[in-house]
Design a protein around this ligand. Structure first.
Ligand SMILES: NC(=O)c1ccc[n+]([C@@H]2O[C@H](COP(=O)([O-])OP(=O)(O)OC[C@H]3O[C@@H](n4cnc5c(N)ncnc54)[C@H](OP(=O)(O)O)[C@@H]3O)[C@@H](O)[C@H]2O)c1
Length: 285
């Protein structure tokens, strides 16, 4: 029986990245649906749960993606609300690679370094990846601040993280190099989670900061988020400051994403969201 993966994307176009990794993770066929929302997902879910019986059901799985974390979370919840009794299939949430990328990045930071009690700043932490990274850092016991170009967006992201994870994260406005350098003043850990191709800090801002011990940057497209690191860095030391670049993190991210897809087809009741994906990342790191 063919392993079928259904991608429900909250964006107007289905993510090509998620289609490719769906196949690489072991699906025999991947079907993408765009503009999916809680109000129109019901019929799609019915198609996954009423078509195969018993153990056959584990050959059907659902992946929720898209660029908006809030919409992804609402859709993921709506998908699971349609399940009842044995009428369910395994499902995973990974809006914009949020869970897999953030989990890979934080798991690499946490490997061999105690994060508990450290001060962490997630720069441009209002996107899907930054919001999950902030939650995972808080989960590791770090004291987390996230920045945004506006105070409103910073506070909204912090509130959403608290609602979802019960973790207290501080939101601060930092809209240019100077204010972002001020935001990382007392930080031991910097996680740069800005949009692709956007530099967030000049080299001196983090290299001359004596408090900084660990840095990570998930933006792979030059200019990188943190000037002075290399995208391929994977634990490289810059005068004692340990750095992870986007490609250094990306290897584990892809392995983790594929591993999650594989796991979806191992049962019909798997739910892979932040907690489960981070636990797997810690095992794999
Ligand atoms: N390495 C990997 O394997 C991997 C996988 C997936 C994604 N990524 C990368 O991870 C990063 C984060 O992804 P995402 O989807 O969470 O990002 P995103 O939503 O596109 O952007 C994150 C935040 O960047 C800020 N931003 C946008 N333009 C900016 C500008 N010109 N100056 C300063 N800040 C700006 C925005 O915050 P405010 O508007 O609140 O300021 C936005 O919420 C991206 O670079 C993406 O390419 C890497």
């Amino acid at each position: 029986m063919k392993k079928l993966l259904f991608l429900f994307d909250t964006d107007p176009m289905t993510s090509v990245f998620d289609v490719v990794v769906g196949y690489d993770g072991g699906a025999d066929d991947v079907h993408g649906y765009a503009n999916v929302e809680p109000d129109n997902v019901g019929g799609l879910v019915d198609g996954t749960i009423f078509t195969r019986g018993g153990k056959e059901k584990q050959n059907t799985a659902i992946f929720v993606g898209g660029s908006n974390m809030e919409k992804g979370e609402a859709l993921f919840e709506a998908v699971q609300k349609k399940f009842f009794g044995p009428f369910r299939v395994s499902c995973m949430l990974d809006s914009n690679g949020s869970n897999t990328t953030a989990a890979a990045g934080v798991a690499l930071l946490a490997k061999g370094h105690k994060l508990k009690g450290k001060k962490a700043v997630v720069l441009a932490g209002t996107g899907p990846v930054g919001m999950r990274a902030a939650a995972f850092l808080a989960e590791e016991g770090a004291e987390v601040t996230l920045t945004s170009r506006t105070k409103e967006r910073a506070d909204a992201a912090a509130k959403a993280i608290e609602t979802r994870f019960g973790a207290k994260v501080r939101g601060v406005a930092a809209f240019d190099d100077e204010s972002r350098a001020a935001a990382i003043q007392g930080a031991n850990i910097i996680f740069a989670a800005g949009a692709i191709g956007v530099q967030l800090l000049p080299e001196a801002a983090w290299k001359d900061n004596l408090n900084v011990e660990l840095v990570a940057d998930v933006n792979a497209q030059p200019p990188l988020g943190l000037e002075g690191i290399e995208a391929t860095d994977k634990g490289k030391s810059y005068d004692g400051k340990v750095a992870f670049g986007a490609l250094g993190i990306g290897g584990l991210k892809l392995k983790l994403h594929r591993g999650c897809i594989k796991q979806l087809f191992e049962s019909s009741d798997g739910v892979l969201d932040a907690e489960e994906i981070y636990a797997l990342a810690r095992e794999m790191a």
